[in-house]
Design a protein around this ligand. Sequence first.
Ligand code: OSB
Ligand code: MG
Length: 370
Amino acid sequence: MKIERLELRLLELPLVHFFETSFGRVDDKHFILVRADGDGESGFGECVADSDPYYSAETNETAWHIITEFIAPRVLGVEIAHPREVFASLKAIRGHNMAKAAVEMAVWDLYARQRGEPLWRVLGGVRDRIASGVSIGIQTSLGELAAKVERELAAGYRRIKIKVKPGWDLNAVRTVRERFGSIPLMVDANAAYTAAEAEHLAALDEYDLMMIEQPLDYDDIAEHARLQRRLKTPICLDESIKSIGLAREAIAAGACRIINIKPGRVGGFAESIRLHDLCAAHQIPVWHGGMLESGIGRAANIHLSTLSNFTLPGDVAASKRYFDPDLIEPPIEVASDGTIAVPAATGIGVAICDDRIARATIRHHVCGPD
Ligand code: OSB
Ligand code: MG
C-alpha cells in the first residue's frame, strides 16, 4: 500500500461538560484529525495532543509541525506492506508519539478499509463487545461528585474512576464508598503527588480501590516502585509508560501491577500491541485509557480494546458524555450492561459526518497532491 495524500485539520469542539484534572480544567476540545488517502480509500487518525503541554510534552502545535515537516515526507509515496512498518520507519524522529500515532492509526484504518475488514480483526482482537468505565473529573463539591457517580452507575458503567489531587482525594473516595458501597472504584492522580506524600497515599489502602493511577511524576519509575512496595492498592501507570522499554523497566522494578494503554502515548497501534503482549507475558492486566476523544478516536479505541489482555473496563465511554453532536453518526452508545458493541463495518466502522467536521475546522492543510 502507498499513502498518496495526508490531510490535516485542527478542530475545535465544545465539551458537553468541562473536564477537570489535577492539571486544570478544559471546556473545549482542540485536536488534529489526520486523513490518509490511498487507492481511492481514506483512513482517519485522531491526535490526542492537547492545546497545552500538561498531560504530555506534545501539543497540537508541536504535532502539526512534526507531522507536516517530518512525518509526511517519510510516509508519502512510500510503498509499505503493512501499517506496522510505519512506526519503525519514523525512528529517526525522537519522541512525538502522539504525532506519529495520529498518522500511523490513519494508515491502519486505511489498510483495514482497503481489505474490507473491520479494524479489530486486523489488530488481532478477540471480542465483539468491550467493557466500559467512566472517568469523573474533579467536581466543585462532594455532592456534585456523588450525583455524577449515581448517574454513571445508573447508566450501567462497569467501573468508576475519579480524578484526585491533594485536597480532593480521601474525602472524595470516602464520600463515594459511604454512599455507594463496594462498587468497582479507582482513582487517577495525574502525577499530582510527590514521594514525600507516601504516607498520605497509604491512607487510601483502607478503601479497597481497584488501583491508583499515576500517583507520582511522569518520569519517575523508581519512586513508583518504592511507593508500590508501601501500598496494598495496585499502582497503574499511565503518563510514565511512553515506550515499550519504559514499560519493561517499570514491570521489572515493580513500579506497577496494572498498565493503561493509550495508543497516542506510545506511538500508535503497533506499539500498543507490543505493549499489550509484553504485559500479558508478565501477568500485568491492561485497560484502554481515554483522552476525551471524538467518536473517531473513540471508535479506534474500541477496536484496540478487543485484544485479549484488555481484561479491565477502560475509559472508553458513550459519545454523549463528551460531545453533542459527536462527529460520527450514530454516536457510540453504552448498553445497560455497561458494554459497547464493536463497530462491525470496515476500518474504524463508524460513519463520519463531513459537514460537522467542516464546521469544527479552524485550520486545514494538505500534504501531497491537493
Ligand atoms: O489521565 O486518563 C487520563 C483525560 C485527558 C487527559 C488524561 C486523562 C484523561 C481521562 C479522561 O481520564 C478519560 C476519558 O473519559 O476520555
Ligand atoms: Mg490517567
